[in-house]
Design a protein around this ligand. Structure first.
Ligand code: HEC
Length: 416
């Protein structure tokens, strides 16, 4: 399947070598432990997954259906094409903008420090935009298939439409994405033109990656603490290498980057667990062999291995505001989206993505095991290691927030 997709790709000059390096070239230290190092590619084109031939149901598919039924009213701008209209239609805040200048992705010939690639995201959809590029690139969460990929042409058309494609899997299905079609968000070692040194840095920037290894190949704006990573800090707009007016958002917010980093790996994790569960059910009729993986998922869900902040961080208020809009506060006004930013990302360390659409798509027996174990961790007199980074106060707060705002999670708890 990968061979076939490369043939189609060749007119677009997407790199074969790069794709192979992506798949085989790097040791996967940070993510290896999640599945005991076993993040080999799952055979997702075969039964029971049948990734490319199964129909998807994502926010992008829903928008597409709505356009074909009601017509579309997407505005077109000469610089950014359909981007802004699309972000609005998908309910993605321009303030989620992060900018990468590494020549690391599909349309990389067009990416450089003078013309970075922007990524925008909400909880379910991610959009990639490069000024002057022929395609917008999108990824969206599907409950059964995990990440689904789309492109949208940026030339003005009567009926702009999304094209679902599996061509992206050349890079987006590899050990770094946990062996399933998934998201990428990596720190690179780059030269001053944006060319990537594939023998150096290259880990996914999850909340676990030490700060000193983060942000390579990315612009970063926010508190100067980020200078401790490899990013280029946007301090003064007079000195920018690129035209900020080419993008609807401002800068490349450090907090947005950290949220994105947590989120991409969470989504990949859920997809991997889901595929493993569906395959196990078909093979053995149960999911009992997945206990260790479920325990490891809980470590991620509860931020066990989060890298400590070198010092407090502050990002843009526009991003915090738009991120907070989706908060579901409990009766005391507390939410899983509350930031800490003193020595860690979130105040209450249980992912805000719990109970969201991709999580709810997790195969039921696995979801039940996750929710029950979570209940145990939160309700025990003292938290069992490695979850003892959560003290009683934080565990009680998380318990209350979940009880009041995540009915799907609590419904699977054991009745006391
Ligand atoms: C040559 C490798 C490569 C190919 C091919 C590729 N990507 Fe990516 N993609 C990346 C990398 C690397 C990142 C991480 C951000 C960056 O470095 O630009 C990424 C990030 C993304 C993101 C933001 C985060 C995420 O993973 O959701 C989107 C959206 C995206 N790509 C869409 C696509 C789509 C759609 C296609 C196919 C049309 C595609 N990509 C093909 C390498 C690739």
């Amino acid at each position: 399947m990968i061979g076939a997709s490369l043939e189609i790709l060749s007119p677009m000059a997407w790199g074969v070598c790069l794709g192979l390096l992506w798949t085989f070239g790097f040791p996967d230290q940070a993510d290896g432990g999640d599945f005991q190092g076993s993040t080999h590619l799952i055979e997702f084109e075969r039964n029971p997954i049948r990734y490319s031939t199964s129909s998807s149901e994502t926010a992008v598919d829903r928008l597409s259906r709505q356009w074909s039924e009601e017509g579309h009213s997407l505005a077109y701008h000469s610089g950014s094409g359909y981007l802004e209209g699309l972000l609005e239609a998908l309910d993605i805040a321009p303030a989620s903008q992060v900018l990468v200048f590494a020549k690391s992705s599909a349309q990389r010939d067009l990416i450089s420090p003078r013309n970075p690639r922007a990524i925008y995201f909400n909880d379910e959809v991610y959009v990639g935009f490069i000024p002057g590029a022929p395609l917008l690139e999108l990824t969206a969460a599907d409950a059964r298939l995990g990440t689904v990929f789309y492109t949208m042409e940026q030339r003005r058309q009567k009926l702009p439409r999304f094209e679902r494609t599996s061509q992206c899997l050349e890079c987006h299905a590899a050990s770094r994405t946990m062996g399933v079609p998934g998201h990428l968000f990596r720190s690179f070692s780059v030269d001053d033109q944006g060319f990537v040194d594939f023998t150096a840095l290259g880990d996914q920037m999850t909340h676990r990656l030490p700060f000193a290894e983060r942000f390579g190949g990315w612009y970063v704006s926010g508190d100067p603490v980020v200078e401790q990573g490899h990013g280029r800090w946007l301090a003064d707009s007079d000195e920018l290498d690129f035209d900020p007016g080419a993008f609807p958002g401002e800068g490349s917010d450090v907090v947005a980057m950290m949220v994105l980093g947590h989120q991409v790996h969470f989504h990949n994790y859920v997809t991997r667990l889901n595929f493993e569960a569906r395959i196990a059910l078909r093979q053995y009729g149960h999911t009992r062999y997945l206990r260790a993986q479920i325990e490891a998922f809980l470590r991620y869900l509860l931020f066990v291995d989060e890298a400590p902040f070198p010092s407090p961080i502050s990002g843009s208020s526009a991003f915090s505001e738009s991120f907070g809009k989706r908060a579901k506060p409990d009766s005391q006004g507390r939410s899983l989206r509350d930031f800490d930013l003193e020595d860690r990302l979130f105040k209450y360390r249980c992912s805000y993505l719990i109970g969201g659409e991709p999580f709810e798509g997790l195969e039921t027996s696995v979801r039940r095991q996750v929710c029950r174990r979570l209940q145990q961790i939160l309700e025990k007199e003292s938290a069992p290691p490695p979850f003892d980074h959560l003290d009683g106060v934080e565990r009680r707060a998380i318990h209350r927030i979940l009880s009041e705002t995540r009915p799907g999670v609590v419904a699977l708890w054991a009745q006391n």
